[in-house]
Each structure stands twice: as structure tokens, then as C-alpha cells.
Design a protein around this ligand. Structure first.
Ligand SMILES: *Cc1c(COP(=O)(O)O)cnc(C)c1O
Length: 357
């Protein structure tokens, strides 16, 4: 399937390392990472720790491992993590918190994956022997299934203040933290100043083949290192991968603006198609969610028909689709995708604009 896809909006994970990134990888200085002897990996960790304003950082093979290592460090069996219902740690990590940390995750009422300090406070369990101990709050920046919504700095600060006052730690799932930074103008270190742990994904909009970097206090990272090995996340000459990360931090952050611009443009174009309705009022970053129930076609049907034309947009459900803009999709590519969608619905859609209401 993949080779025939020309314009791939299924995720920002599909980005492929370009020639210059591969060159940086090929010429990376390397050593045995598990012995702390890989200079490129050490440089990447220092770089990310500094970017996030944390004391130390750890290179891990994936974002999910960043979340699972952090939850395992913060929580003991019987503890509880609080997160928005749409959070990646609830729906997309194989119940890892239950499996590894023996912890449960409870949903805090949220809007587009974001909740405020009051909602968190109302959701906290009282400290009683028979209730699970509320121990960790998860902030997903940006909120993926919230339409790429950005947690405002003030909200992060307010939630963290409530959390810390009640002896909870604050973890930032920063898979797309840098998208939030670029869109909001607030520094990563300003968001992370309120967090006990935070990470960013190298393999999404930054365009690397592999990896996430988890940061926190020196003490947190010491414990996280044990969990990294326990999960089998220790590597060897990982400098080849870390070099891609260093390259991306140098070259691929500011350009996230282009993805956000393309996402807004794509959204405004498809909003004109009869039967299509944007799922959220705004497109703050690179994710565009939209409902197709007014078109007379289901999301999986549309997805399949577009794939036949070399264009991939993922179906989230029968009615909803998600288009993700990233560095391997040009403005022209995004326009071609929206044109193809419009043409498809005009020729094959059975619905009308009225049906969308
Ligand atoms: C992709 C994603 C992850 C997991 O990252 P991987 O690198 O794919 O393991 C975690 N949280 C969010 C919000 C994500 O979008």
C-alpha cells in the first residue's frame, strides 16, 4: 500500500529522513550508549534538557516508552493518573499504565483534551485508605484528539499548582510540544517549568526515523534510566539515531509554521465542500479533524477511494477523518489532496449540504 501513496496525510509519523539528515546520521560519532559512551546521544540529551529547561534527559526508542517510563517512575501500584479522556495514554498505549506501573488512569472532564485547575481539583480523590491515591496528572501538548489544541501556558501553570498542592506530579506528553511552542510563541522551557517530567517526539513533525527524549530532574532521570533498561530500551551505537535528532533540532523546528499554515489552508478549503464539517472551530497546529457524515459516504469509504488516487487521509471512525500536515507534504500537495476530496464527493457523494445538519 505505502509505495503508491504520493500525498500522505495519515500522520506526521510518516516523514522520511531526507538526504541531509541521513548524512548527519552516517557521519555521527558513536559509542556504546548503555555504557554512557555514545557522544552523539549524550549531546542530544544535553540539548533537549536545555531546550526544556530540565536538569537531565534520556534518549528512548519511542514516545510511548517516554510516557510509560515516566508513569512507572511517578506511580506505585494502586496509584492513579489523571488525564483527559482523549489522551494518548488512555486510548493508544495498550493499557501500559495498568500493565507496568499497576496504575489506573481516570478521565478528567475536558474540552478538546484540555482541562483547567478547577476540573482537576474536582476530580482528585480524597486521601482515604479505600480510594486510589491520585498521583500524577498528564498534560498532552498539543492535545492530539483534541484537534491539536494547545494548552495555554496559564492553564498549565494553574493545573500544575493544584496538582503540586495535592502532592501529585505533573507529566507532559510532549509528542507535539514543539508545534505548541512554534504556534504560541511560548518557550518549551516555560511550559516545562511547571512539569516534573516532559518529553518530545523526534519521529513526528521533526522528521526523524526513531526516538523520543524524556527530561526531568537529575533524580527523576536516574530512576527513569532503570526503567529504560527494564523495558529493553537501552541501546548501543544510538548516536546514529541521535544525530538525526540533533539535525532536526537545528533545522526542523521553525518550519513547523509551514505545517500549521498548510493545515489552516487545507481546513478552509475542505470546509467549502458540501457535507464536510470541520470537527473543531479552529486549526491551531498541524492536525485537521473533520466529519463527513453529510457527504453520503463514510470516512473509511472516502479513505479507501483516496488511496486509490495515491492520497491517504485516515478514518478515525465512520464519520470522522484526520488529516495531518508535516514536512513531507507541500502546500501544492495539500491543495491537491483537498481538490481530490472535493472532486470525489462531488462525483460519488450521495448526500447534500442539508444532510450535514
Ligand atoms: C504519537 C504520540 C505518542 C507516542 O509516540 P510514539 O513515538 O509513536 O511512540 C504519545 N502521545 C501522543 C499525544 C502522540 O501523538
Amino acid at each position: 500500500m505505502a509505495p503508491s501513496i504520493r500525498i500522505d496525510l495519515v500522520s506526521d509519523t510518516v516523514t522520511r529522513p531526507g538526504v541531509a539528515m541521513r548524512e548527519a546520521m552516517a557521519t555521527a560519532e558513536v559509542g556504546d550508549e548503555q555504557r554512557g559512551e555514545d557522544p552523539s546521544t549524550s549531546a542530544l540529551c544535553e540539548r533537549v534538557a536545555e531546550l526544556l529547561g530540565m536538569e537531565a534527559a534520556l534518549f528512548l526508542p519511542s514516545g510511548i516508552m517516554c510516557n510509560q517510563v515516566a508513569i512507572s517512575v511517578h506511580c506505585r501500584p494502586g496509584d492513579e493518573v489523571l488525564a483527559a479522556e482523549s489522551a494518548h495514554i488512555i486510548g493508544s498505549e495498550g493499557a501500559g499504565a495498568a500493565v507496568f506501573a499497576g496504575s489506573l488512569i481516570r478521565a478528567v472532564p475536558s474540552e478538546q483534551g484540555i482541562f483547567d485547575g478547577e476540573s482537576l481539583k474536582a476530580s482528585l480523590n480524597p486521601p482515604r485508605p479505600k480510594t486510589p491515591r491520585s498521583r500524577l496528572v498528564n498534560i498532552e501538548q498539543t492535545a492530539n484528539r483534541g484537534g491539536g489544541a494547545i494548552w495555554p501556558l496559564k492553564t498549565v501553570a494553574q493545573v500544575a499548582e493544584i496538582a503540586h498542592a495535592h502532592d501529585l506530579a505533573v507529566h507532559m506528553d510532549g509528542a507535539r510540544l514543539l508545534n505548541a511552542v512554534v504556534a504560541s510563541g511560548d518557550a518549551a522551557s516555560d511550559y516545562c517549568a511547571h512539569c516534573d517530567s516532559a518529553w518530545l517526539d523526534l519521529s513526528k513533525g521533526l522528521g526523524c526515523p526513531v526516538g523520543g527524549v524524556l527530561a526531568g530532574s537529575r533524580r527523576f532521570i536516574e530512576d527513569a534510566l532503570t526503567w529504560k533498561y527494564r523495558f529493553g530500551g537501552g541501546m548501543r551505537q544510538s548516536g546514529i539515531l541521535a544525530a538525526a535528532g540533533l539535525y532536526a533540532l537545528d533545522h526542523n523546528i521553525a518550519r513547523l509554521h509551514d505545517d500549521h499554515d498548510n493545515a489552516k489552508r487545507f481546513a478552509s478549503r475542505i470546509a467549502e465542500i458540501p457535507g464536510i464539517r470541520l470537527a473543531f472551530d479552529e486549526v491551531p497546529t498541524n492536525l485537521v479533524f473533520f466529519d463527513v457524515s453529510g457527504t453520503g459516504l463514510t470516512a473509511p469509504q472516502i479513505s479507501k477511494k483516496l488511496i486509490a488516487q495515491g492520497i491517504r487521509i485516515g478514518a478515525e471512525s465512520d464519520a470522522r477523518m484526520r488529516a495531518v500536515l508535516h514536512l513531507d507534504v507541500t502546500r501544492a500537495g495539500a491543495d491537491e489532496a483537498s481538490d481530490a476530496l472535493a472532486a470525489l464527493i462531488e462525483s460519488e457523494g450521495g448526500g447534500s449540504a442539508e444532510a450535514a445538519e
